[in-house]
Design a protein around this ligand. Structure first.
Ligand SMILES: [Zn+2]
Length: 326
């Protein structure tokens, strides 16, 4: 059933390192006419530009058939932008787009106003407007995936300290004698609590406990990703539980540091790895209370995200609507 409101439709676009997702989003944050295209992030900027422009035109045509005329487009991606958000300065997962005229070229080729932002900001804005962070005065929304991204909302506004983001929260150092991070620092929370960190730890535990469900799932699937770890966890496997406990605990340690800076009332946990659910949240809370400043962390709520993988494009459309005065 297509749910279509009378006004306020905007197009939300989420450009990631592996896929391009877009949809119509109405003023209540409802998503319809979803499109999803795989993306080879190594392609030249001209090809990626053409892909995005074609996808938007296709969605506009779909919308027209439903009697809808989206009046703006919000597009989000990982990385950060210059002062007036007209240039993408750096996106680790989209190397050919860095520093050039990608955003300006898109704006020229698309026939309605276009607004750009960081995906972490858009997800935070979406959870604040429509999801688990509704009305929260000081809110952090985390996405655990290939890396750890986070957006910060203060009094309903996106916190933009540097290059339009609140800071590189995934690179807060939690283990100074730990692993070197690709960013050049040592012991960033990304090195111990991201998706790849969880997979690495799970592989070590599967080696150590060959009779575990974790080891059995690795044999069956030929790999050990979040899906297999979740399956082993559902079978009450002790090795899987240990992997989740360890990674979650480290994220809790990072949140304890974020908490003394931003004083959040709530931290919302999203991203692919968040599908591990309550065991992960429990581990995060344990890390937070084990090391955090009690006066700052005692009332800090840790809750799951509500909007799932569409949070970025929902926030993108809402930001576009707001910034183009619809
Ligand atoms: Zn780092």
């Amino acid at each position: 059933v297509l749910v279509v409101s009378e006004q306020g439709e905007a197009i939300g676009v989420d450009l990631g390192g592996q896929s391009l997702k877009l949809a119509m989003v109405d003023a209540a944050g409802r998503v319809y006419l979803h499109r999803h295209t795989p993306l080879d992030a190594g392609r030249p900027v001209e090809e990626i530009t053409a892909l995005v422009v074609q996808a938007i035109a296709g969605l506009q045509a779909d919308a027209k058939r439903e009697g809808l005329v989206p009046r703006c487009v919000g597009m989000v991606m990982p990385g950060y932008m210059d002062r007036d958000r007209t240039r993408l300065l750096f996106a680790a997962n989209l190397p050919t787009l860095n520093g050039g005229g990608f955003l300006a070229g898109l704006r020229q080729a698309v026939n309605v106003p276009m607004v750009f932002d960081a995906d972490s900001n858009a997800a935070a804005y979406a959870e604040y407007r429509f999801g688990a962070g509704r009305g929260i005065e000081r809110l952090i929304v985390v996405a655990i995936g290939t890396g750890i991204g986070a957006g910060v909302m203060i009094g309903g506004a996106i916190l933009r300290i540097w290059n339009h983001i609140a800071g590189s929260l995934g690179h807060v150092i939690v283990d100074p004698r730990g692993r070197r991070c690709p960013c050049g620092a040592r012991g960033c929370v990304e090195t111990v609590a991201s998706g790849p960190a969880l997979e690495r730890l799970a592989a070590e535990l599967a080696d150590r406990y060959p009779d575990s469900s974790l080891a059995a799932w690795r044999t069956k699937a030929g790999r050990l990703t979040g899906i297999e770890i979740a399956a082993a966890l559902a079978e009450q496997d002790a090795a899987a539980a240990e992997a989740v406990r360890e990674c979650g605990w480290w994220l809790g340690v990072a949140i304890a540091s974020w908490a003394v800076i931003y004083r959040p009332h709530k931290v919302v946990i999203g991203g692919g790895i968040a599908a591990l659910g309550e065991p992960l949240l429990e581990a995060i809370r344990a890390g937070l209370t084990d090391v955090g400043q009690p006066s700052c962390t005692a009332d800090l709520a840790i809750e799951p995200a509500r909007l799932g993988p569409d949070a970025g494009l929902i926030g993108a459309a809402a930001l576009a609507r707001e910034e183009t005065c619809m």
